[in-house]
Write a protein that binds this ligand. Sequence first.
Ligand code: CMX
Length: 441
Amino acid sequence: MPSTTYVQSHKGAVSNTTMLKDVLAAQIPALRAEIKELVKAHGEKVISEVTIAQLYGGMRGVKALICDTSLVEPDRGLILRGHPINELTQCLPDDIFFLLCTGRLPSTAERADLQRALAERADVPDYVWDVMRALPADSHPMSMLVAGIIAMQHESVFAHEYAAGTLSTDDYWIATLEDALTLLARMPGLAAGIYRLRFGKGDLIPYDKKRQWGANYAHMLGIPDPSGEFTNLINLYLVLHSDHEGGNVSAFSCATVGSALSDAYYSVGAGLSGLAGPLHGLANQECLAFVLDIRDHFKGVPSDEQLVQYAWDKLNSGHVIPGYGHAVLRATDPRFTAFHEFGKRVCPGDEVFQIVDKMFRLIPDVLKKQGKAKNPYPNVDAGSGALLHHFGMTEVSYYTVLFSVSRAMGMLSQLVIARAMGYPIIRPKSVQTDWVKAQCK
Ligand code: CMX
């Protein structure tokens, strides 16, 4: 199929102008000029140095990336475009995507326009379900998600227009935004479909164009929600996990792959492959597994003494306490606080939540006494699983897919901005250990 044919039919299928695009188009020239001037005037200024410990230590703390969508401060946690995350918990998740892309929350008209654009693009094509059904029945939900996203790559407007030679460098971001909107629109349907197929939950549930993006995800999962609180939880989850700077494994992987001008499908697929790692997004399933082990071991909620002893036994046998500690944070993660508040309001009597609550009271002191973890406080993963479990979503291997739907907002907004700013291919210099040894002589 010639690429132009596809692009035309794609443009015929959806409205390709959004207020989001117009806002970005108005902002981008000044942002480009600002960065050009900054580099011209101060390009030689040194902002970070690299020690040998950092070289062998995962580049921790090296300032070598730009990410304008969000910032993680050790004592305050996540800040999205200047807004601390705890001030955004009442927002709709699609508002957060607008915020990440543009630096401000949408007006009522802009929100409606974005919801329309997402609804127009939301249907997951049938061929994706053929791919899903062809995968081994024991596939991890994350491998299903990545396979589904990569299967849709052939629809990339950016890839087609780039191959056809119809795209000027200045307009790369426009085609990338098209892909971003389509991929983001389809993420809830794809993710919910994976839940239903993988765990035998029955037929797929179609997108309901009357509901907004996050509520549709809750709806398509098919979990009974008479009180509406499951939908509230999904919206909160999508807001809280949306972005976390540029240096975490998924954001960095997405940006690196995207910097090769790989399209949004390839880039997000790469980022989510990183999110699937146990030290990154997969940690949330381990956290709930830990809490459930405690419940099963004590046949309910343990006493304070029992829980403290259990934690020491784990630490003394060389295990970590999942959900505690962080590479950057040095305080209780405000995202944990938001989930904790939700749990106290919605399910204070749930014994799994009560164990999470008790851990929050007791584990920091245990970790402080042990003296190893630089941050003895809970991170976002410490509490989210207990809440999902409360609503009957007990399939822990699915939790990272939920995380992925949310984090796609951060990855895609970062990608659109990188294209708009014309950031070049990422290509740091590597060195050899012999060279490092020579520097030490
Ligand atoms: N329980 C026990 N020991 C811990 C610990 C915890 N929760 N967190 C850190 N430590 C230990 C480390 O294993 C390390 O021990 P060694 O010196 O023996 O290697 C020491 O404390 C220092 O580690 P750190 O500098 O404080 O932490 P890192 O930056 O190396 O690692 C993290 C951060 C999150 C991987 C780590 O705290 C951890 O493994 N936590 C448990 C798993 C978890 O909750 N992951 C979710 C991360 C959420 C996110 O990334 O957003």
